[in-house]
Design a protein around this ligand. Structure first.
Ligand SMILES: [Zn+2]
Length: 511
């Protein structure tokens, strides 16, 4: 694709339309994404936000931008304090522990490390400074050790979420704090309560309200005005609405150019909630499914669409990815015998016209989808599948070909592999391991799900061979069918029978 066509369009929640990304500083992007409140293992909703914005980050890097990516950790919060008290644990120890666990999950999901991952507790000075400015600018007021933001002083309040100020008052179930000038006013600073961590401030000891941290940290690490702010759609109101109000009240030219929000995850089409006991942590899922399969599943819908989690969706993702890695692994092996010849004569050979076409289509289709608001749904289908088909078809032909023709196909295959691999890299669907090692890890998860050992499967294969020798075909078919239901396919390759993961289904058992 020509460089001038590489315009990235992103859906901006603020303007409710797709807009071409134009950075404030050419070639550079400031990106802030709201992180987690660290008090427990992270769930699949957190994984979706992380992967959605990791795809954005990776794609911006792919387009050649220098990206300053900030994702915070909330380590001062009611939920952390409550959980720490239940555990009889220091709240900072608790949050530190779960920050670490989050990073383990992020690494497994191949989410690149942001440029900065600030903690609220380490930015108290910046937070207090910002609150002071808000008060100076007459947009905040103190009331008995608490500080509130005055929403009426914020002319654009409600613009991001489309909430009207009068509506934010209606239907309030909680009794309104009588010290608030407007019921919609929110806390910038909360006076200290007994047995809670607190910091000294001009308004007495206390701790920040939730929203101010993101305003203070984005202004500190980026600038009051920056390019892209991301987060889950559930954060639009009140969190992001309040962030805008705070930053603009504290800094004259504050603001965000593009607001991006990812959709939520449901479990089997039900809302995910701890009370429904359908809460899925990343850790629970990646015990049974490869983290790359989870990542593939999270990218299988457009990032703004809702996404319904089910094991069968993960089975589909596992199967699709396994086929991709297996094909690329077969290619790697298929090229091995010709490596020496390619080193000698490869430089003179030219790619076939068909291969050029396959590569061109693969690249064009990939960029077109990604430039259109990061449309990762069905990303490894279409031209990508055509490329895999081309590889599989070519591998069978190599042996029988004439030397010159063969060299031309070999250099073509090398280029196709590069193009296919680059797509996987931009999407974060590779690790530092080889294809063979990733396949092995995926097989291991298949065994876990099937509750079988490798030995047990080999035993079944032996039984099937024996049955076939005795012409007990019904028995041999039954052995195969039983394994297919558990997501294990037996493949007869030449005289050998091997097993591979497959979509666990009754329907597949006959073929
Ligand atoms: Zn935030």
């Amino acid at each position: 694709m020509e460089a001038e066509n590489m315009e990235l369009k992103l859906y901006n929640t603020m303007t409710q339309q797709k807009e071409v990304l134009i950075p404030i500083n050419p070639g550079k992007i400031g990106l802030y994404v709201c992180g987690i409140t660290a008090y427990d293992f992270s769930h699949i909703g957190h994984a979706r936000a992380a992967v959605s914005f990791d795809v954005l980050y990776r794609y911006l890097l792919h387009l050649g931008y220098e990206v300053n990516f900030v994702r915070n950790f909330t380590d001062v919060d009611d939920k952390i304090i409550k959980r720490a008290n239940e555990n009889k644990e220091d709240p900072f120890e608790l949050s530190k522990r779960f920050c670490k666990e989050y990073l383990v999950d992020m690494e497994a999901l191949q989410c690149l490390e942001p440029t900065h991952q600030p903690l609220v507790s380490e930015h108290m000075d910046h937070i207090i400074e910002m609150i002071k400015k808000i008060i100076e600018n007459k947009c905040g007021y103190e009331a008995g050790g608490d500080v509130f933001f005055s929403v009426e002083k914020s002319p654009n309040y409600g613009k991001l979420s489309g909430q009207k100020l009068e509506h934010t008052r209606a239907g309030e179930r909680v009794a309104v704090d009588s010290r608030k000038l407007n019921p919609a006013d929110f806390a910038l600073w909360k006076a200290a309560k007994p047995d809670e961590p607190s910091w000294e401030s001009p308004w007495g000891p206390g701790r920040p309200g939730w929203h101010i941290e993101c305003s203070a940290m984005s202004a500190h690490y980026l600038s009051p005005k920056f390019d892209i702010h991301g987060g889950g759609a559930d954060l639009i109101f009140p969190h992001h609405e309040n962030e805008i109000a705070q930053t603009c009240a504290a800094c004259e030219d504050g603001g965000v150019n593009y607001w991006l929000h990812n959709g939520h995850v449901t479990i089997n089409n039900e809302k995910m909630a701890k009370t429904l006991r359908n809460f899925k942590t990343i850790r629970e899922i990646t015990e049974r499914y490869h983290p790359l399969a989870l990542r593939h599943f999270l990218m299988s819908a457009h990032y703004r669409s809702p996404l319904s989690f089910s094991e069968s969706q993960l089975d589909s993702s596992s199967e699709a990815l396994y086929y991709v890695y297996q094909t690329l692994q077969d290619l790697e092996e298929g090229l091995l015998p010709y490596r020496e010849a390619m080193d000698e004569d490869g430089g003179k050979a030219e790619q076939t016209a068909e291969a050029k076409e396959v590569i061109n289509k693969l690249k064009t289709e990939f960029e077109a989808k990604m430039l259109d608001d990061l449309n990762t749904a069905h990303i490894l289908t279409g031209a990508y599948q055509d490329a895999l088909k081309f590889i599989n078809a070519s591998l069978g032909k190599l042996k029988k070909m004439q030397k010159k023709q063969r060299m031309s196909l070999l250099v073509s295959l090398v280029e196709i592999e590069k193009a296919a691999r680059e797509v996987l890299e931009v999407l974060g669907l590779l690790t530092t391991l080889s294809y063979a090692e990733i396949l092995k890890e995926m097989k291991q998860r298949t065994l876990t799900r099937a509750e079988l050992t490798e030995e047990a499967i080999l035993q079944k294969i032996e039984e099937r061979i024996a049955a076939r020798k005795n012409k007990e075909f019904e028995k041999s078919d039954q052995i195969r069918a039983e394994l297919t239901v558990k997501g294990i396919a037996l493949m007869d390759i030449g005289k050998e029978t091997v097993w591979r993961p497959c979509f666990p289904s009754q329907a597949n058992s006959s073929n």
